[in-house]
Design a protein around this ligand. Structure first.
Ligand code: GLN
Length: 306
């Protein structure tokens, strides 16, 4: 047991828990608004598959936008570099559901980790697969090494009913020719992808794929090439926190991805994947305690990718 990480995680968890938690739980998805804001968990999984967790690290939550990294991985695995004809790799410097930049840039999203980009990725998956919902879930289960991972249909339906901005984004892209399938079919996949539930423990072990050069730790199977894993990490580093990506990079120094369910996952290539969950969010939609804890983790260990 590497008690080094265990000791640090315990210390920083308790330190951060004592701080005032100023954020607010995301309100625009009714099903998520009722979550207990005091939930707080962290789990770190090393590339030797050693596991350390503190707090609510085994409780499932809605991974939301963190799922965008997994849909990107599947689409990249299947389409290779052609993917970049439909979506860019530049940070947007804008909120995740921003509309104006997409209009200005003729329907080609800046990157696959904002809503418009993830919707294009879902469109690509709809074109590639006969049963995209089950094939995407099978992919996630395989990477997670866990067949119990599920969508939460109630969350997906609740979001679809009020997802007016996402409807605007996809309609704009359909008008520019960057959506090839039926709008409803693509949005259904997008909302299901966002509704996946995982615990910090499950998220950390799933994201070990990106810490382990695209290979599963359990079987050694190469799921995506090591170049693809590097590129996905680069996109997480520059685009994983929307208009707060610079701040996360500056303070934490790891590739990572947040979701409005309050989760954040971060990857230290060759070393570990770590997931934090705390539902109160800052103005940019990122978990307040999650950011704070990860900053302390890389400060205490003295290690980041830089
Ligand atoms: N499902 C959410 C949306 O589409 C995901 C946003 C997020 O987690 N940042 O708005």
């Amino acid at each position: 047991m590497n008690s080094y990480y265990e000791q640090i995680l315990k210390e920083i968890y308790h330190d951060v828990q004592r701080l005032k938690d100023n954020g607010i739980v995301a309100q625009y998805i009714p099903e998520l608004a009722s979550i207990d804001p005091s939930k707080f968990g962290v789990h770190l999984c090393t590339s030797e598959n050693e596991n350390y967790g503190v707090g609510d690290h085994e409780e499932k939550f809605s991974i939301q936008s963190i799922g965008k990294v997994l849909s990107l991985a599947l689409a990249f695995q299947q389409k290779g570099e052609d993917l970049w004809d439909r979506v860019g790799v530049e940070p947007s410097g804008n909120p995740f559901n921003s509309l104006w930049q997409l209009e200005y840039e003729h329907g080609k999203p800046r990157n696959p980790l904002i809503n418009s980009g993830a919707i294009v990725i879902c469109d690509i998956l709809c074109s590639l697969h006969k049963h995209p919902h089950s094939e995407f879930l099978d992919f996630v289960r395989k990477v997670a090494g866990n067949h119990s991972i599920e969508y939460n249909q109630t969350v997906a339906n609740s979001e679809k009913k009020l997802g007016f901005r996402n409807a605007a984004l996809i309609n704009m892209m359909k008008a520019s020719g960057n959506i090839h399938n039926e709008i409803d079919e693509v949005l259904n996949l997008y909302y299901q992808m966002c509704s996946i539930e995982m615990s910090c423990k499950e998220l950390a072990s799933t994201f070990l794929l990106f810490a382990n050069h695209g290979k599963l730790i359990s079987s050694g199977e190469q799921i995506i090439t090591s170049s693809m894993a590097k590129r996905i990490n680069a996109i997480m580093q520059t685009c994983g926190f929307y208009d707060e990506a610079g701040d996360f990079s500056f303070k934490v120094g790891l590739p990572g991805k947040s979701g409005i369910g309050g989760g954040i996952v971060a990857v230290h290539p060759g070393k570990y994947a770590v997931a934090v969950w705390s539902p109160r969010l800052n103005k940019k939609g990122n978990s307040v305690r999650g950011m704070e804890l990860l900053e302390r983790l890389t400060t205490k260990t003295g290690l980041s990718i830089f």
